[in-house]
Design a protein around this ligand. Structure first.
Ligand SMILES: [Zn+2]
Length: 411
């Protein structure tokens, strides 16, 4: 006899449009989404072959699981001893911060333990897909990646993780890094990263030649850290766009931070927005506290996919971060001056659907056939969830509850 199929009926789920529905989840995927109380007949058809469970959600808001689009699993000290932030000596300086990080990491708890702490923080708050940058360069070789690959494997039933080979010490400035990045892609990295081609390596062409050359050879995506501001930042975005277009990589390239888009004149920004949309380049911003950052509304208006991530949590760059992408949507809305419902919904979109698009996730969302990864929230609707950030929530992975109110239920 064939094994019983598992099916769960979730009754009385409120969707973003305010409708009350029942959802079936069969073998981890949404099977049907119908108006509440209309499910009885439909479920009866399968009763002979399913192991059936029924969960009444009591009218709670149901949203797709959050997408954590930019994090560093290898360098956080979350759950480890508190490390007071060390200020740069003369304003923000990436090289100086990397040096502080090296010193801090030498005295940190084992990386696997810290990465797991951070992962469970994120899953607990409802993120079930993630893109993590992992240091791969001449200073640490492949050691960080080897650890994070193992952790990814251990958590694969709980969260989908994309890894970016991230040259934290530069590509040209750190001997052996191009070869290490190539090896990282062979070992299982999904994307190739980069870091301030102009200010760090001081060679935009040389830096991007390595990044896009590797991407092309390995069919990998690209996600580049770009802190450089003003016209230098814009110039590098244009160079990244030109290569993306030339290689036909539309939809597979992201620029993280892109601070420069936040401090250029409006006409230049609109032109950049059109170019980014045409090239299918996504922009990641975490609404950092003391920097100009890409204007979310204007870029979205231009058709750019704008997504978000926690970036640093309790690490050598800053002490903030709680692993909650709903809280991140709140921060983005707050810093962007979003007050209207459609604006709050846009901030929410950045941590859900836009994030899924930027990461190229297949089968995402509350739709028949999609993976049943969702979160229930005690909120009337999405705009209220963004401003109130209710911490009471249950996180479902493939239809099974895995976390409640910030705490893991399994593992
Ligand atoms: Zn980062």
């Amino acid at each position: 006899m064939a094994p019983l199929k598992e099916q769960t009926i979730f009754r009385n789920a409120k969707l973003a449009d305010g409708s009350l529905v029942d959802l079936t989840v069969t073998e981890g995927r949404f099977g049907a989404i119908v108006p509440a109380q209309k499910m009885a007949d439909l479920a009866g058809i399968d009763l002979g072959i399913v192991d059936l469970a029924i969960v009444d959600l009591g009218g709670q808001l149901v949203v797709p699981a959050f997408v954590e689009g930019h994090i560093h699993l290898d360098t956080s000290f979350y759950g480890d001893a508190w490390r007071p932030h060390i200020p740069c000596t003369n304003g923000f300086d990436v090289r100086e911060r990397v040096a502080f990080q090296t010193r801090n990491l030498a005295a940190a708890a084992p990386m696997a333990e810290r990465a797991k702490n951070q992962l469970e923080l994120c899953i607990g708050h409802g993120s079930l897909a993630m893109r993590s940058h992992v240091m791969v360069d001449g200073s640490v070789g492949l050691t960080h990646l080897e650890t994070i690959l193992t952790v990814r494997e251990q958590y694969r039933d709980l969260i989908d993780i994309q890894l970016v080979a991230f040259p934290q010490s530069g590509i040209l400035a750190s001997p052996g890094t191009p070869e290490l990045l190539e090896e990282a892609l062979k070992l299982g990295c999904d994307l190739i990263g980069g870091l301030d081609p102009a200010s760090f390596d001081r060679d935009v062409k040389g830096h991007l030649d390595v990044v896009f050359g590797l991407a092309q050879r390995h069919g990998a995506g690209v996600d580049i850290h770009l802190h450089d501001g003003g016209t230098s930042g814009l110039f590098q975005v244009e160079e990244i766009a030109a290569r993306t277009r030339a290689l036909g990589m539309q939809g597979n390239v992201a620029v993280s931070h892109a601070y420069g888009l936040g401090d250029i004149p409006t006409d230049a920004l609109l032109k950049a927005g059109e170019m980014l949309a045409a090239c299918g380049i996504a922009i990641m911003t975490n609404a950092p506290g003391n920097h100009a950052f890409p204007p979310v509304a204007a870029l979205r208006e231009a058709g750019v996919t704008v997504f978000s991530g926690s970036d640093n949590i309790r690490d050598s760059w800053w002490p903030y971060g709680d692993g909650d992408m709903l809280s991140r949507a709140n921060m983005i809305g707050y810093r962007s001056g979003f007050y209207e419902d459609h604006e709050l919904a846009a901030a929410f979109d950045m941590v859900t659907h836009a994030g899924a698009k930027a990461l190229g996730l297949a089968g995402y969302g509350l739709a028949v056939g999609a993976s049943a990864d969702f979160v229930t929230l005690s909120a009337e609707h999405v705009p209220e969830a963004v401003v109130a950030v209710p911490k009471a929530r249950t996180v479902y992975r493939r239809g099974r509850a895995v976390a409640k109110d910030g705490k893991m239920l399994t593992h």
